[in-house]
Write a protein that binds this ligand. Structure first.
Ligand code: GLN
Ligand code: ZN
Length: 757
C-alpha cells in the first residue's frame, strides 16, 4: 500500500519563512536572500518526507503567502492595479497580498477570506471583464524540477479549476461561465507541460466539491473536467477533496477519466457510506484520507484499520493519505522540549503524521495487521485513561436550562438604559482591543518567560504600557477605550494558559494568513476557571480614565475553534465548559466596575459546517447558546460588545443578532461594506461598528476615505446604532501606522457628527 500527503506546512519548523519575509518587507534582506530561505525550507521538508518513506510527496505546496494567490498569478488573473505598479514579480505578488503604499502608487490588498472551515485565510482572486485566463507562470514546474534535482519525483499540487472559479470574485459583467474555456485550456496546458517533465501524478485540489452543489455547479464541474482530461499527456490526475464529503457529485466524480480520487474519511461524514452504496471505479486509485490533517491527536490505528478494511471491499488500489493538507497542524514535536512525555506521546504534528502513515503502511503490508508492533503500541496508548476529568464541571453543564441562555430585559429596553448611562456622542469611536505589540512588549514577555524578569517587574512593565495606551487614546480622542491587551500573546492562547484543563505548547505554530501564525492551545481535559484572568488589568486601566474602559475577553466558541479540541467528548460539551469559565470572568469584571465588556467571537463563522443541512444541529444550536450564557447574567446597564472577524455572515445574520449582544464590531472595509445591505434588509437590531478601515494592511487610510465609509453606513443603518472603529485588533500593526490612522478615524467621525448636528 502506498502513502501520500496532500501538503506540508511551509512556514518552516521554527517559522523561518515568516521571519525572513518580514525582514524582506522591512527592507532588511534582499529578495535573493528571501528566495534562499524559501528554498532551504522546501528542501528540508522534502528530506523529512523522503526519510519518513512517504511515496507520493507533494510539491508546489510551498507558497510565499497563499496558494490561491499563487494560482491567480499562475492563471494570469491578477488585477491591473497591481501589475500597473511596475514592481518586480515578487513585489507585485506581495502588493496583491498586503496592499502597497509607496513611490509607485497606493493600492489596497485583495480581499482575504477564511479557507473553508479552518483558521487559514486565502486571498480572493478578482476577475474582471478584461481578465484573460491563461497559463502565465512557471512556479509549479520550477518546484517540480527543483525537487527532481534533489532526488524526488514529486506529485505537484494545484488548486483546481472548479474551486478557483468558485472562490473568485467577479467584478465586471462576465460570470463563471465566461471563463470555462480559457481555464480548462490553461489546466490542459499545465498537464501537457507536466507530461513533458515526466511527472507521474498531478494532484488537483477541489475542496469546493464538499460544499452544497446545485445542478449548475455539478454541470460546471463536469464540463471543466471533461475538457481538462481530454488530453492528459501520460500524466495521472488525482482530484483531491477535503474538509467533508462529496455527496452531491460522487457519481459524476467517479465517472470522469481520472486516475485517482481523494476522499476525506475524517471530516467526510458520508464518505464511507458513499463508497459502500455506489462502489468505487476499478480503474482508479482511492486516496483515502484517514490521518487527520487538522488535529494533533495520534491516529487511532484500530479505527483506521477498520475503515481501510471496509474500503478494500470496494477499491482495489488504496493510497493512505492525510484528510487534508498538513498546513493546519504544527510542524514537529521535536521542538516541544518542555512538554512532558506523558502528554507528548498522545500527539502527532505534521512530521509525526508522516510516521503514522509509514506505521499504517507497515500494518497493511503485514499478513496479520493486529499482530504488528505498531498496532499494539497504538492500541495501548489509546486505552490509557487521561487525567483532567472534572465531574463538578460536567454536572454544571448538564444542569443548564433554557432560562440560563436568556438575558433580561430584552434588547430594546437595555439599549435605552445604556444610552442614558453612557451618553456617548453620535458615531462613538472605539478600537477592537489590542494595540501594537511592539518589539519592547515581545522582548519583555520573552524575558519574563525565560525567568530573566520577575513577575513584579513584568507586571510593572505591562502597567506602564497600559498607562501609555490610555493616554494615547485620550490624546487621539477616542470615546470608548481599551487597555491594549499587552499582557496577551494571543487572544486564545492567553485564556488557554489561564484556564484549567488546557495545556499549551511551545512551538506549535500554524499559519493563519501570510506571515501570521497562531499557536493554538490544546483542550486536554475538562475546562474551568482557576482564578480571575483579566480583572486586574481592566481595573487598572479603568482607574486611569473617566471614559468607559472596555473589558476584553474571548468568547467560548472562538476559544474552542482556535484550539485543538478533544476528540473524546463533543465540541458542544467543551464549548459549554468554556462558557461557564468566561461567564465567571464577565461577572467578575462587572463587579469590579467595568461597564462595557467585549466578548470576541472572532471565529464564530469559521466553523459553520460547510453544508447548510448541518448548520443547526451540528453547530448553531449550541454555539449561539454558549455565547448567550456568557453574558445572560449581567445587569441591564452593562453593555456587552462582541467582535467578529470578516463579514462573511450574511447567511447567518439572524443568528448573529440572536447572540443578543448590545454592540457588534466586524470587518467590512475589505469587502466594500456589502454587508450593510444585508443588515438593512434584516432589520438588524444590535448596534453595529462595521470596520471603517483594513488593519491587515500597513496602509494608512485617509480621513476622506473613512468619511466615505461612514457615509455609506449612514445610508443604510440608523445613525443611533452606528459605531466607528477599525475592522480588527491593532496588534500586528506598528505605532507609526496606528496613530495617524486612528487620528483620521476620530477626525472623520467628528466631521460626520457635526454634519448630523
Ligand atoms: N480583541 C482582539 C484584538 O483586538 C480581537 C482580535 C481578533 O478579532 N482577531 O486583538
Ligand atoms: Zn477581528
Amino acid at each position: 500500500m502506498k502513502t501520500s500527503i496532500i501538503g506540508y506546512p511551509r512556514i518552516g519548523d521554527l517559522r523561518e519563512l515568516k521571519f525572513a519575509s518580514e525582514k524582506y518587507f522591512r527592507g532588511e534582506i534582499t529578495s535573493a536572500e528571501l528566495e534562499q530561505t524559501a528554498k532551504e525550507i522546501r528542501l528540508y521538508n522534502l528530506n523529512v518526507q523522503k526519510n519518513s518513506g512517504i511515496d507520493l510527496i507533494p510539491s508546489n505546496d510551498f507558497s510565499f503567502y497563499d496558494e490561491v494567490l499563487d494560482a491567480a498569478f499562475l492563471l494570469n488573473a491578477v488585477p491591473e492595479r497591481y501589475t500597473a505598479l511596475g514592481l518586480s514579480a515578487l513585489d507585485t505578488y506581495f502588493a496583491a497580498a498586503r496592499g502597497y503604499q509607496g513611490e509607485n502608487g497606493d493600492v489596497k490588498a485583495l480581499a482575504m477570506k477564511k479557507w473553508y472551515n479552518t483558521n487559514y485565510h486565502y486571498m480572493v482572486p478578482e476577475i474582471d471583464d478584461n481578465t484573460e485566463i491563461k497559463l502565465a507562470g512557471t512556479k509549479p514546474f520550477d518546484l517540480f524540477t527543483e525537487a527532481l534535482e534533489n532526488g524526488v519525483k514529486t506529485k505537484p499540487v494545484i488548486i483546481g479549476a472548479y474551486t478557483f472559479l468558485k472562490l473568485a470574485r467577479y467584478t465586471g459583467k462576465k460570470t463563471v461561465l465566461d471563463f470555462v474555456e480559457p481555464i480548462a485550456a490553461a489546466y490542459s496546458e499545465l498537464l501537457r507541460r507536466f507530461g513533458e517533465l515526466g511527472t507521474e501524478w498531478v494532484q488537483i485540489d477541489e475542496p469546493s466539491l464538499v460544499k452544497d452543489m446545485t445542478a449548475d455547479d455539478i454541470a460546471l464541474f463536469v464540463s471543466l473536467y471533461e475538457k481538462i482530461l481530454a488530453e492528459k499527456n501520460g500524466v495521472k490526475v488525482l482530484t483531491q477533496t477535503y474538509f467533508g464529503d462529496v455527496r452531491d457529485c460522487y457519481n459524476e466524480l467517479c465517472g470522469l477519466d481520472l486516475d485517482g480520487i481523494g476522499l476525506d474519511f475524517v471530516e467526510g461524514k458520508r464518505s464511507l457510506e458513499l463508497v459502500r452504496t455506489n462502489g468505487f471505479p476499478k480503474d482508479k486509485a482511492l486516496f483515502a484520507g484517514v490521518v487527520n490533517g487538522k488535529n494533533i491527536w495520534r491516529n487511532n490505528y484500530e479505527k483506521t484499520v477498520s475503515v481501510i478494511a471496509e474500503l478494500k471491499k470496494y477499491a482495489e488500489n488504496i493510497v493512505l493519505n492525510t484528510s487534508c493538507s498538513l498546513l493546519h497542524v504544527p510542524c514537529t514535536l521535536r521542538n516541544e522540549t518542555k512538554l512532558p512525555e506523558s502528554y507528548k506521546k498522545h500527539f502527532a504534528y505534521a512530521e509525526e503524521k508522516l510516521s503514522e502513515l509509514a506505521g499504517l503502511k507497515t500494518i497493511f503490508d503485514s499478513a496479520t495487521p493486529a499482530e504488528t508492533a505498531e498496532y499494539r503500541a497504538n492500541k495501548a496508548l489509546h486505552s490509557e485513561t487521561r487525567a483532567g476529568e472534572n465531574p463538578a464541571v460536567k454536572a454544571k453543564v448538564a444542569a443548564l436550562t433554557e432560562s440560563d441562555f436568556v438575558r433580561l430585559p430584552a434588547f430594546a429596553e437595555r439599549e435605552k438604559i445604556q444610552k442614558a448611562r453612557f451618553k456617548l456622542p453620535l458615531f462613538p469611536t472605539t478600537t477592537i482591543g489590542s494595540f501594537p505589540q511592539t518589539a519592547d512588549v515581545k522582548a519583555k514577555r520573552s524575558a519574563f518567560r525565560k525567568g530573566e524578569l520577575n513577575a513584579d517587574e513584568y507586571e510593572r512593565f505591562i502597567e506602564k504600557k497600559i498607562a501609555e495606551c490610555v493616554a494615547l487614546q485620550e490624546e487621539i480622542g477616542l470615546d470608548v477605550l481599551v487597555h491594549g491587551e499587552f499582557e496577551r500573546n494571543d487572544m486564545v492562547e492567553y485564556f488557554g494558559e489561564c484556564l484549567d484543563g488546557y495545556i499549551f505548547t511551545e512551538k506549535a505554530w500554524v499559519q493563519s494568513y501570510g506571515t501570521r501564525c497562531v499557536k493554538p492551545p490544546v483542550v486536554w481535559g475538562d475546562i474551568s476557571r482557576a482564578k480571575p484572568m483579566t480583572v486586574r488589568w481592566s481595573k487598572y486601566a479603568q482607574s486611569l480614565t473617566n471614559k468607559p474602559m472596555k473589558g476584553m475577553l474571548t468568547g467560548p466558541v472562538t476559544i474552542l475553534n482556535w484550539s485543538f479540541p478533544r476528540e473524546d467528548i463533543s465540541l458542544k460539551e467543551s464549548a459549554f465548559q468554556i462558557a461557564l469559565a468566561i461567564r465567571e470572568e464577565v461577572l467578575d469584571l462587572e463587579a469590579n466596575g467595568i461597564s462595557i465588556i467585549q466578548v470576541d467571537e472572532a471565529a464564530l463563522r469559521e466553523k459553520l459546517p460547510l453544508r447548510r443541512a448541518d448548520w443547526r444541529e451540528d453547530y448553531l444550536d449550541w454555539a449561539i447558546p454558549a455565547f448567550r450564557y456568557v453574558h445572560s447574567g449581567v445587569k441591564p446597564e452593562t453593555q456587552i460588545h462582541t467582535h467578529m472577524c470578516y463579514s462573511e455572515f450574511a447567511d447567518i445574520i439572524r443568528d448573529i443578532d440572536d447572540m443578543d449582544a448590545d454592540v457588534i464590531t466586524f470587518e467590512a472595509s475589505r469587502s466594500d461594506l456589502t454587508i450593510l445591505d444585508v443588515l438593512k434588509e434584516n432589520n438588524f437590531r444590535t448596534e453595529v461598528g462595521p470596520g471603517v478601515y483594513d488593519i491587515h494592511s500597513p496602509r494608512i487610510p485617509s480621513k476622506e476615505e473613512i468619511k466615505a465609509a461612514i457615509g455609506k453606513m449612514k445610508e443604510r443603518i440608523p445613525v443611533s446604532k452606528l459605531w466607528v472603529n477599525p475592522d480588527c485588533g491593532l496588534k500586528t500593526r506598528g505605532n507609526e501606522e496606528t496613530v495617524p490612522s486612528l487620528k483620521n478615524l476620530v477626525a472623520a467621525a467628528k466631521e460626520a457628527r457635526n454634519e448630523n448636528g
